[in-house]
Design a protein around this ligand. Structure first.
Ligand code: ADP
Length: 300
């Protein structure tokens, strides 16, 4: 099973790509949908919100009145923290429950609008980002989704920018063409990156590099940092240091561990995280589009 983070600025085409992945057999976990679900009428979440912010946050039909909640919860920092302390654990638990229910060979696709802003990228096997120019997104949001232009602009400005997104993207999916072109490109990512990555991890073998995808790396300069962060996320407290060798070509990551026991514990974690053993005492990327080798070394 692998977990893929799917994101992009508002109006970029995330939902459209999520649909293509779902049609191909992806196991979709939609963050917005979960956020609505945990506060639906009669839910424990909605009861907690009423206890915290008062019955004024309910509409006449007993459902959450979002603007009324926003007026209270975004009034000051303390209220915002209180809101998050109620919703975040519920969203986290429901997300985990859905992931636990996924088949062992699933490609779990987590559609998360604020993935970059919330610094979650290292915790996925792969991050796919849908990109389109701001002007194009603005046009789509106002004409197709009926948003007011000022509102759309404000929402775009409140999010991360494309440079920040590119730095954490493993795959950049350009959506400046037609929806059909987007579907074809997303289908290719499915066939040539996501499915092979999942199969390689399950088989415990590194990937055969696909030169097309290796050349399509979204941000080569940010790549060593991106891999370092991901390896920290995989190794957790088993590692005492993670460093990337900076030369061009295949990035080499070095994880330092305290002792031989920690090195042994790390093996299965690296395989599950996307870096199975390569047969020569090292580990290598299971993603055909992102070659990398990992060396585990004992601390002096
Ligand atoms: P997001 O989920 O990233 O906010 P959507 O997938 O909802 O974005 O796309 C925003 C709007 O633009 C939708 O109405 C969608 O149908 C439309 N759209 C997406 N991709 C294209 C495209 N390539 N050409 C024209 N319209 C598109």
């Amino acid at each position: 099973m692998i977990r893929v983070g799917l994101t992009g600025g508002i109006g970029a085409g995330k939902s459209t790509v999520a649909r293509t992945f779902a049609e191909r057999g992806g196991y979709l976990v939609d963050a917005d949908k979960i956020a609505r679900e945990v506060v639906e009428p009669d839910s424990d979440g909605l009861r907690q919100l009423v206890d915290a912010f008062g019955p004024e946050i309910l509409g006449a039909d007993g459902a959450l009145d979002r603007p009324a909640l926003a007026a209270r919860a975004f009034a000051d920092e303390q209220s915002r923290t209180l809101l998050n302390s109620i919703t975040h654990p519920l969203i986290g638990a429901r997300t985990q429950q859905l992931i636990d229910e996924a088949p062992t060979d699933a490609v779990v696709v987590q559609d998360i609008p604020l993935l970059v802003e919330s610094k979650m990228a290292p915790f996925f096997h792969l991050v796919v980002i849908v990109g389109a120019d701001e002007a194009l997104r603005l046009e789509r949001l106002t004409t197709l989704r009926g948003l007011d232009a000022d509102d759309a602009r404000a929402r775009i400005a409140a999010q991360a920018d494309d440079a920040q997104r590119r730095a954490v993207a493993d795959v950049w999916l350009d959506n400046s063409g037609t929806p059909e072109q987007l579907a074809v490109a997303a289908g290719r990512i499915w066939d040539e990156r996501l499915r092979p990555l999942e199969a390689n991890i399950r088989a415990g073998r590194p990937a055969t590099v696909d030169p097309h995808w290796a050349a399509a790396e979204p941000d080569r300069e940010a790549l060593p940092g991106r891999l370092t962060n991901r390896l920290w996320a995989i190794a957790g407290d088993k590692a005492t240091a993670v460093a990337a060798a900076g030369e061009a070509g295949v990035p080499e990551l070095r994880i330092t561990v305290r002792d031989a026991a920690a090195a042994e514990d790390l093996g299965p974690l690296l395989t599950a995280g996307g870096f199975p053993p390569d047969g020569s005492g090292r580990y290598a990327s299971a993603d055909p589009g992102r070659p990398a080798t990992v060396v585990v070394a004992l601390a002096d």
